[in-house]
Design a binder for this molecule. Sequence first.
Ligand SMILES: [Zn+2]
Length: 250
Amino acid sequence: MPLDVIEAPSPNFDARSSPPDMILLHYTGMPTGLAALERLRDPAAKVSAHYLVEEDGRIFRLVAETRRAWHAGVSWWRSETDINARSIGLEIVNPGHEHGYRAFPQAQIDALIALIVDIRSRWEIADARILGHSDVAPGRKQDPGELFPWKRLAAYGHGLWFEPAPAPGPPLKPGDEGLGVYALQAGLHRFGYEPRPSGRYDEETATVVRAFQRHWRPERVDGIADGETRARLVGLLTLAQTEGVTGVLS
Ligand SMILES: [Zn+2]
């Protein structure tokens, strides 16, 4: 059954240099869906996305998938910085952390999953390349945030998810130094996050751990790498590797 999509063209796009191989999820972070739709279509705002998914499940198409929409901003993932060129951007209506962050309704997530199925029927997109804006810009962005049901999305076959057996162990936290911290940072970097390992658990490390937790350990978004957070990272690294995700690592 073809997807029911409402056309709402935005002028805010340019040409792609390569086919998309990533899906990037956002929340709109504005008081209403209509306000977000207007902004994403305003030539002066110079921002857009390929689709916007309303809380009631309506899907709006703003930019053709073959074009480069402007949604990621300054970003980094696995040494790539032009995330807009590589991704399809989906805006999910939610007021966000600034305007009353709330649960994503069932109808919205059902529509989002149908949309992702549709997109993946056209383009080669690995599970490890279904990411949140906060993954590619952890210092600037929190969306779609810890209320987004990444686990449910993965249960439907989209994105990576890993839950280890209970993994106790002393937490690594800001101020810590040493090989354990270095290994954690190296793992985060190998998985895709920008900062390179230093062996010092500084503010940047805490920010990246928080971004990782927002996506893969949403019960605990505190920037402290407890045993469970570290075990999930190790499991996800294995899954990403098994999936054969390649990319330039440096
Ligand atoms: Zn965003």
